[in-house]
Design a protein around this ligand. Structure first.
Ligand code: ZN
Length: 141
């Protein structure tokens, strides 16, 4: 098991629906139901409190991606309301549904990384994780 070196690595593991701590065990038992424990490193996942935040992320991202599409369809293709609905609504629904699980994984990874809601904050030892100590800082003990 290797702890993530950075927050980005932990978040990426979450987005791939893997345990943010080890990157090996699966995060979910069903679509949006997290497991109680990581099957690989036994991390207790019950402190996660993703709540509605993954849905907000999915809506904000989908909205920002769909806005140019809607503008393009109405301006460049002069598409009517019905045609627009036939394209935009299914596309938006699919995008949001596809984004929910990775967003929830990233939210859980964020909560774990920052030690929120009872997660224990874990970091690689400083020598492995951070950049090398600046000259002048070493040997001051
Ligand atoms: Zn794990």
């Amino acid at each position: 098991m290797t702890l993530p070196a950075t927050y980005g690595q932990a978040a990426l593991r979450g987005m791939r629906c893997r345990c943010p701590r080890c990157g090996e065990g699966l995060l979910f038992r069903k679509w949006l139901k997290p497991l109680d424990r990581c099957p690989a490193c036994m991390l207790d996942l019950t402190p996660q409190r993703a709540d509605d935040f993954p849905a907000y992320i999915a809506m904000i991202v989908t909205g920002h991606l769909m806005a140019p599409v809607i503008i393009m369809l109405s301006k460049d293709f002069a598409m009517g309301v019905l045609g627009m609905f036939a394209i935009v609504v299914p596309l938006a629904v699919v995008m949001m549904l596809a984004m929910l699980q990775p967003a929830k994984g990233a939210v859980i990874a964020t909560q774990w990384w920052f030690g929120m809601h009872g997660f224990v904050k874990e970091r690689l030892p400083a020598a492995e994780a951070g950049p090398a100590a600046k000259p002048g800082e070493a040997g001051q003990e």
